[in-house]
Design a protein around this ligand. Sequence first.
Ligand code: XMP
Length: 317
Amino acid sequence: DWTPDSFIETTIAELKAKLGDDKVVLGLSGGVDSSVAAVLLHQAIGKNLHCIFVDNGLLRKDEYQSVLDSYQHMGLNIKGIDAKQRFYDALAGISDPEKKRKAIGRVFIEVFDDAAHEVQGVSWLGQGTIYPDVIESVSVKGPSATIKSHHNVGGLPDFMKLKVVEPLNTLFKDEVRRVGAALGIDPNILGRHPFPGPGLAIRILGDVTPEKVDILQQADAIYINNLRSGGVYDKVWQAGAIYLPVQSVGVMGDERTYENVICLRAVESLDGMTADWCHLPYDLLAKISNEIINNVKGINRVVYDISSKPPATIEWE
Ligand code: XMP
């Protein structure tokens, strides 16, 4: 019978036998899958696991530091890389969503490849691939698709020539969460909403600037904190704020304002393939709207997305 404990025991034994004294490099995203993969590998091979966590400047507010702290707290051998400026430079002036994704994918590969080169004698690439990723290689999104398109144009980056170890590739998401809990991983990491690899860049419509990222981070943090304190975070499958490059007239004191719009999105879903918008309580929405408009400079209007997927998508891009 499958239990998290039996899975952990067998997997650690298998990883030890397979990897011996070899070194593994693994990119952490802050999400559930890569975190659980890292902790399993760490238990099998300890300091021979070298984790890399890249700050692409497109994460949620304070996320880079808090995720880095919690990984360090778990005893992982982790290197954080502040690559914000490289991503912002690559994104400057680009409005087309697919071009933004490509630019982010390209810079990520460059940054990760540089970091992997610093691990002397590494022979394996660890990945948090789970079973649905394996069967659903039709999926057009995610880092693997980006890597494929990169590979078509420029030849394989060195880290992609490494042997691949994927300890979770037989598990479904709920099993990954159970394994993570049995490994003692912070429930805050295990319960996180899905977050797209290109991050806030696809929640800022049009071109991305550090100023827009800052505004969106503030609004998103107010939103997510209120979902938590309102006791609905765990009932929502995914939530996030979107920055719209649309200005509208408002009034603040005696002054007329002409500022941007923040849209709030919250959905219920099983796997992200279809989704319904969440019926969040009106009083909670009112509180979030007031807090955003009163505290985030540059925003004078908040709207709520009541579209389901299909025909809408979860992200706005
Ligand atoms: P859409 O917008 O297509 O999103 O309805 C479905 C789910 O996929 C997530 N998503 C991504 N996840 N890398 C990821 O790891 C990506 O590039 C990416 N794009 C979208 C999205 O957040 C939602 O959960």
